[in-house]
Design a protein around this ligand. Structure first.
Ligand code: TGC
Length: 402
């Protein structure tokens, strides 16, 4: 054989760290951010990743997880230490989400609802008493929270909510139905948003779920986010004391919470994307076709190059958003851009990974299809892709086209 036609042996494929840090973003993180990221990675890789597929298939969220996540310090990590947080940076919180979503978007949903949609509003808008009584328990995982904004007929337009609140003496009477609520049936406390029948303004409440008139029913028909509890909340004349009301008036209260959660998603989905990318690379190296490993094929390498490029750009976007947030410059439009673009990236990578795995890609033996299916939910929740597009359209043109 002509020696010039023979192929050189394959050089080493890139390691996980090299793939995930192609532009050396990690050098920009603080030692504390790297330490939090590494300890979460170790935990997620040993305790969650080996079981995530099975829990997803069975549609269970294991009971032990909230406490375990609490013991690991993974709930409310950016809140002050006096309330059970770690006082860590927002970037550290983002990196934590990314490590968790490497395992499954459902687990990241638990972490981000608890941290961003329950602990954050109690810390930001709650009385000293509400903070003292709830935050340490939510941080330890002893208590679980949920966030009730979306309704069966009011999703993208939460201002159309029909849930009501009415002050009677020193108490409020709450009524309404909320849908698509992560943790709903396992929650000890719900953040509930309702329109005041007297003032017409939207108000938020901290509602203990054992109050008479409160019930939750799980949505069991999901083909996505199966490793996560999703419920409907029904409040029928639930009474709460005035002290349970959050100190914010108008829809901006609920939307400011979503800003926190969307931030976490912008980082988190990259974890799902890298999980699929690395799985595809391992699979293709082991799988021969036409006499060589699939990694030696041009069309395959083209897809891998796209995945690396897109995930690297998403990582740069997330990193910069983290630093902007730490400077108080995380405007809603900036957060929308990162949520929208990084979810699109992760979903495209997951679909490409599914394709590269061929027939095996449609099974739950591999992670690609599970991640792709979960990311379809992430594409729609916490501001559907269309909503973020229109938020950006409004930012660019000054015209709201919702
Ligand atoms: P708009 O006039 O734009 O704003 C009303 C007030 O809110 C302020 N605001 C924000 N504040 C903080 N962060 C944000 N992201 C904010 N966006 C708006 C705004 O400045 C204004 O304040 P003020 O002082 O002038 O009153 O309101 P709009 O009604 O025109 O709505 C605009 C739109 C469409 C962008 C908004 O409604 C929106 O973001 N819709 C999407 C809602 C969404 O993301 N829903 C999903 C909820 S998640 C959920 O319930 C289930 S997933 C969580 C789980 O897993 O359980």
């Amino acid at each position: 054989m002509d020696a010039t036609l023979s192929k050189p042996p394959a050089a080493e494929a890139m390691s996980r760290r090299e793939l995930e840090d192609f532009y050396e973003i990690d050098a920009l993180h603080t030692p504390e951010e790297r330490m939090i990221r590494d300890s979460v990675r170790e935990f997620v890789q040993s305790e969650i990743v080996p079981h995530a597929g099975e829990w997803w298939r069975e549609g269970v969220f294991p009971d032990h997880l909230p406490r375990t996540l609490g013991e690991m310090g993974m709930l409310g990590v950016a809140l002050p230490e006096e309330y059970g947080g770690a006082g860590a940076s927002y970037t550290a919180y983002g990196l934590l989400n990314r490590e968790v979503e490497y395992a499954d978007s459902g687990l990241r949903s638990f972490v981000s609802v608890q941290s961003s949609l329950v602990m954050w509003p109690i810390h930001t808008y709650g009385s000293a008493e509400l903070k003292r009584s709830w935050l340490p328990r939510l941080a330890s995982g002893e208590a679980i929270g949920c966030f009730g904004l979306t309704e069966p007929d009011a999703g993208s337009d939460p201002g159309a909510m029909t849930s009501t609140c009415k002050k009677v003496g020193d108490e409020w009477v709450l009524n309404g139905t909320k849908r698509w609520i992560t943790n709903g049936s396992i929650a000890d406390v719900a953040i509930f948003w309702a329109r005041d029948v007297d003032s017409g303004r939207v108000l938020g409440f901290v509602v203990e779920t054992d109050r008479p008139g409160f019930r939750a029913e799980d949505i069991k028909t999901k083909a996505s986010m199966r490793f996560s509890v999703t419920s409907e909340l029904i409040l029928d004349d639930v009474l709460v004391p005035d002290g349970n009301r959050l100190d914010v008036v108008g829809l901006k209260g609920a939307l400011s919470c979503l800003n926190q959660a969307r931030f976490g998603i912008a980082f988190g989905v990259l974890g799902a994307g890298y999980s699929v990318f690395e799985e595809a690379l391992r699979y293709l190296e082991d799988r021969p076709a036409f006499g060589v490993p699939l990694t030696g094929k041009q069309l395959v390498q083209s897809k891998l190059a796209d995945m690396l490029g897109d995930l690297t750009k998403g990582s740069l976007l997330a990193y910069r958003l983290g630093r902007l947030k730490e400077e108080g410059k995380d405007t809603p439009a900036r957060v929308s851009l990162a949520k929208r673009d990084n979810v699109r990236t992760a979903l495209a990578v997951a679909r490409a990974g599914r394709d590269l795995l061929g027939g095996n890609g449609v099974t739950t033996e591999y992670a690609a299809m599970r991640h792709a299916s979960n990311l379809e939910s992430v594409f729609t929740y916490e501001g559907a892709d269309h909503v973020h597009t229109l938020i950006l359209g409004r930012e660019i043109t000054g015209r709201a086209a919702f």
